[in-house]
Design a protein around this ligand. Structure first.
Ligand SMILES: [Zn+2]
Length: 95
């Protein structure tokens, strides 16, 4: 495999989207070519970074859902309490 072959396949390689045979051939090249190895490592870091950002977004959606459920639950509970209590816990703006 040449460096040119590698640069066309490197994205798929980092995303584990290649056949095992192709991946092994790329790895063999990476062991002998510092440039391609460096490029692969850089892409891998970017890829990991993107994955973790996606993960954070999922986490904050889940957190938001939990907060909304909690707020609704709290408001349900506050309906049975005194008028003054409800005012104290009212949200400044609607969700
Ligand atoms: Zn190379």
């Amino acid at each position: 495999m040449t460096c040119e072959d590698i640069s066309g396949l490197i994205n798929s390689y980092v995303e584990n989207d290649l056949s095992e045979e192709t991946a092994l051939r790329i790895e063999a090249h990476l062991l002998t070519c510092r440039d391609c190895a460096w490029e692969t490592e850089t892409l891998r870091i970017v890829h990991r970074r993107l994955l973790s950002e996606r993960h954070e977004t999922i986490a904050s959606d889940a957190f938001r859902a939990r907060v909304l459920i909690r707020l609704r639950t709290d408001n349900e509970h506050l309906k049975t309490t005194e008028e003054g209590e409800r005012v104290r816990y009212q949200l400044p703006m609607p969700f």
